[in-house]
Design a protein around this ligand. Structure first.
Ligand code: AMP
Ligand code: TRP
Length: 339
């Protein structure tokens, strides 16, 4: 349980590594938006320092991606009035605390991170030290705000367990109760949106097949076509969730429908059970277009005003540092750094 003496505060981040998918939207951003109106302070971040861990990006591309992601956040409903919106590199305390956490986290813990193993593959000798240290920077992102709650998709669970381990070890080693034990918030019908071409793989912006994902910037026809072509099985849809057992593609499309329409899987199946995919897919396409088209047109409008985006991020960074600077100062004091 998180310590109740900490201010309820939400932190989450997304990498500006190019393009936002329906997976990011349903697994993360939708929840970011709803948490703004609950009893939390909310801080949302474009994690640009993480975006260069897998490979160095073209500087122009990183710059563009960061603004585009900010536009995606705002167009989805994140309000700079209600939330602090930042890019990570403008708040230097993230990287400063990450160094301390590099000295807290153990090599053995880091070696067990499945995302590292997946990304490094057989090439572990050739990947950057930053890719290995990635989860310590992520822990710093969260704990430099003393964040108590972190909304993410299912794939980030292990990194959040590591964040708790780092906080506990720091508190224990220095005999303090300084960092909160953060709660992951992994909720909703679509915490793991799967590829439209292969129901066993996560929908991802890095999948070589564009048909495998819905991008937030896809136009109406593209969205409809991708859903029409999505892999399915020949059977009709069941009327209850138990009937989705072993039918990964069917389950994925139903989960997407449920998340977009804000219903439970059982509610959706009560409505569409018995239908063939030929009937259900156009309904799903219509719903996806209805929810996503306004976001993508708003993103395009915002992207035409890059100065306004930069202004919002600069203002976010100033607000953020009012929280992060004192927490870093206190951390250094605990450790014994002379100031
Ligand atoms: P990333 O794009 O890897 O920086 O992920 C940003 C956020 O989106 C994280 O909270 C992820 O867990 C979430 N996310 C990414 N892909 C998916 C997916 N296919 N399904 C659900 N959540 C996802
Ligand atoms: N690792 C996350 C991802 O790839 C992004 C991230 C970086 C993050 N720092 C974070 C998410 C802090 C939540 C909190 O999806």
């Amino acid at each position: 349980m998180s310590d109740t003496s900490f201010t309820p505060r939400v932190f989450s981040g997304i990498q500006p590594s190019g393009g936002l998918t329906l997976g990011n939207y349903l697994g993360a951003i939708k929840r970011f938006v709803s948490m703004q109106d609950e009893a939390y302070e909310t801080v949302y971040c474009m994690v640009d320092l993480h975006a260069i861990t897998a490979k160095l990006l073209d500087p122009k591309e990183l710059h563009y991606n960061t603004r585009e992601l900010a536009a995606g956040f705002i167009a989805s409903g994140i309000s700079p009035e209600k939330s602090i919106l930042i890019n990570q590199s403008q708040v230097p305390e993230h990287a400063q605390l990450a160094w301390i956490f590099n000295c807290i986290a153990r090599m053995g813990w880091m070696s067990r991170m499945t995302q590292f193993k997946d990304k490094a593959g057989k090439n572990a000798e050739k990947v950057s030290l930053g890719l290995f240290a990635y989860p310590a920077l992520m822990a710093a992102d969260i704990l430099i705000y003393h964040a108590t709650h972190v909304p993410v998709g299912d794939d980030q669970k292990q990194h959040l367990e590591l964040t708790r381990d780092i906080a506990s070890k720091f508190n224990h080693d220095y005999g303090v109760d300084f960092f909160p034990i953060t709660e992951p918030v992994i909720e909703g019908a679509a915490t793991r949106v799967m590829s439209l071409r292969d129901g066993s793989k996560k929908m991802s912006k890095s999948d070589p097949s564009d048909a495998s994902r819905i991008n937030m910037t896809d136009d109406v026809d593209t969205i409809a076509k991708k859903i029409r072509k999505a892999k399915t099985d020949p059977d009709a849809l069941p009327s209850e969730a138990a009937g989705l057992e072993g039918r990964v593609e069917a389950r994925n499309l139903i989960n997407i429908y449920a998340a977009l329409s804000e219903q439970s899987v059982d509610q959706v199946l009560a409505e569409v059970g018995g239908q063939q995919f030929g009937t259900f897919k156009p309904l799903l396409a219509e719903l996806a277009v209805e929810k996503l088209a306004p976001i993508s047109s708003e993103m395009a409008r915002l992207m035409a005003q890059p100065d306004e985006i930069d202004r919002i991020l600069a203002c976010g960074a100033a607000q953020a540092r009012e929280i992060t600077a004192p927490i870093l100062k206190k951390t250094y004091d605990i450790i014994g750094m002379v100031s």
